[in-house]
Design a protein around this ligand. Structure first.
Ligand code: F6P
Length: 529
């Protein structure tokens, strides 16, 4: 029997078992939780029992996760389709111990770039810049935008803005009201070819010239493509490069994080890196059964591949993590949304889940209805800080915590028909109407969730959290035997957009397009000036 079959059999056996019944074991909360540094991860409100956890651990061992983990840290080219190492962990290896890629220690160059970033960030923070506009998309936007928002209480540098969409509305709304003479534009693009970013960068440059600014001194670039940044006219002194072993969605730790460093200062940025590094050390050294990223991954595999729950909701009860679900969407869905295994054969099972979510408590008033009473089970991943940054508003934080804990409790416990009848009766309903009203108030319960707790969302903790998710995605990918580090699925749409551009412009006929696209273009042409 394969590990997958064992797990499937276990699932059939326990599918209807109430999660609450697992708490007959008084030690369950302790035994089904893990601690790493400042973080506490509780997965006791799931239907995973000791036998299932053992089977999941066997599944992980069988997929060689320990060997693959070491391969990643030691710079092996585990990104097979691009023949690249995966070494974003080097960007937060602040102690500088050797990390090898392609037979060379990468740390001298990583630390050199970091030193240049620090000195540039200090210049910007101490100079006359009032605003920084980061132009990038995907990994060159989501990481810095999410972290700058998350660390608002530590923000003591110039204001930061993020432009990503090729929709002119994005850059127009951002630049309106900015002073072109005191704005720094950072063009963040690993390849420096991404059409959205280059279009926005040219628009920003034209805006700066028109409004009296000086692009020669007010543009910086974060890119691996030095030739292209030079062609764009950016002084090499303000170009910060990184190697091909840093994937876009893993790049916030290096030059792509420059806007964060400018916002919070190099010292706080170092704390952010140290948080990531602390998680790396835990991930690399901890036994699988107490390894937090591994446990998160196993819970994910259990819910998605074994129980068949197609999505997972990320629910930070932390307003400043409002962009985390979007960030994790790229991290998880670009990494593990694959159809073939590493050897190119079709995946025999579903790969990564749909990841979505929003900050609590707002989501409670929008989509939680479906999570509680809808016909689909959605595993929920709650997260919350023990402490907020507003001591004068402590009662807000108390309410926030109570709401977060109440949701995972409600999902697990539910509300039985008998209790619902009593509620309906208390409202004065009788007979058939009472029965009908009661049924609408039933909560099936037995819906799984996990909770991640942290003391305070400071730079170190945020670093730990992001690295935790990166490694979780990596482990899930290894168990699924897929390459989590390429993203060929974004290419076809890009190519077709390029070929459709002249058709939309009217410079080329639409007649070779499919009939649907032809009629869409026809409508657009009729309604476009
Ligand atoms: O969406 C595809 C992608 O390649 C992402 O992986 C990447 O983060 C994004 O585009 C931006 O790429 P670049 O930094 O090269 O502009």
């Amino acid at each position: 029997m394969t590990h997958w079959n064992t797990l499937a059999a276990q699932h059939s056996a326990v599918a209807d078992r109430p999660i609450v019944s697992l708490f007959d074991d008084p030690e369950r909360a302790r035994n089904f939780s893990a601690q790493a540094g400042d973080l506490y991860f509780d997965y006791s409100k799931t239907n995973i029992d000791t036998a299932t956890r053992n089977a999941l651990l066997e599944l992980a061992r069988g997929a060689d996760v320990e060997k693959m983990r070491e391969a990643m840290f030691s710079g092996a080219r585990i990104n097979g389709t691009e023949n690249r190492a995966v070494l974003h962990t080097a960007l937060r290896n602040l102690d500088g111990s050797a990390m090898m890629a392609n037979g060379r220690d990468v740390m001298p160059s990583v630390l050199d770039t970091l030193a240049r970033m620090r000195s540039f960030a200090d210049q910007v923070r101490n100079g006359s810049f009032t605003d920084v506009v980061n132009i990038g998309i995907g990994g060159s936007d989501l990481g810095p935008a999410m972290t700058v928002r998350a660390l608002t209480p530590y923000h003591d540098g110039p204001r930061c803005h993020f432009v990503s969409n090729v929709d002119g509305a994005d850059i127009a709304d951002t630049l309106r009201g900015l002073d072109a003479k005191t704005t720094l534009v950072i063009v963040a693009s690993k390849t420096f070819t991404t059409i959205e970013t280059m279009t926005n960068a040219r628009t920003a440059r034209a805006w700066m010239i028109d409004h009296g600014g000086t692009p020669e001194t007010q543009f910086a670039a974060l890119s691996s493509a030095e030739d292209k940044t030079a062609d764009f006219g950016i002084d090499p002194a303000r170009v910060f490069g990184f190697a091909d072993w840093v994937g876009g969605r893993y790049s916030v730790w290096g030059p792509i994080g420059l806007s964060l460093m400018i916002a919070i200062g190099p010292k706080a940025f170092d704390a952010f890196l140290r948080g990531g590094q602390a998680m790396d050390m835990h991930f690399r050294a901890a036994e699988l059964h107490e390894n937090m990223p591994v446990l998160l991954a196993l819970v994910g595999i259990w819910h998605n591949q074994i129980c068949g729950y197609a999505t997972r909701a990320v629910l930070p009860y932390d307003e400043r993590l409002e962009h985390l679900p979007g960030y994790l969407q790229q991290l998880e869905m670009e990494s593990n949304g694959k159809g073939v295994l590493r050897d190119g054969t079709p995946s025999p099972r579903n790969t990564g889940p749909v990841v979505w979510g929003a900050a609590g408590t707002n989501g409670q008033h929008a989509f939680y209805q479906l999570i509680h009473q809808g016909t689909r089970v959605i595993p929920c991943e709650f997260m919350i800080a023990a402490q907020g940054h507003e001591p004068e508003l402590e009662h807000h934080h108390t309410l926030l915590i109570a709401n977060c804990l109440a949701q995972s409790q409600a999902l697990m416990q539910g509300r039985a028909l008998e209790e619902a009848r009593q509620i309906a009766s208390g409202k004065g309903f009788t007979g058939g109407e009472l029965e009908k009203q009661a049924r609408h108030r039933v909560f099936s319960g037995n819906r799984p969730s996990t909770t991640l707790l942290y003391p305070l969302l400071d730079p170190f903790t945020l670093g730990q959290i992001i690295a935790l998710y990166e490694h979780r995605v990596f482990i899930e990918g290894i168990i699924l035997h897929i390459n989590s580090f390429d993203q060929w699925g974004v290419e076809l749409g890009k190519e077709l957009a390029t070929s459709l551009q002249p058709v939309v412009e009217g410079a080329q006929s639409a007649k070779t397009q499919d009939p649907s696209t032809r009629s869409l273009i026809d409508f657009i042409h009729r309604h476009r000036n």
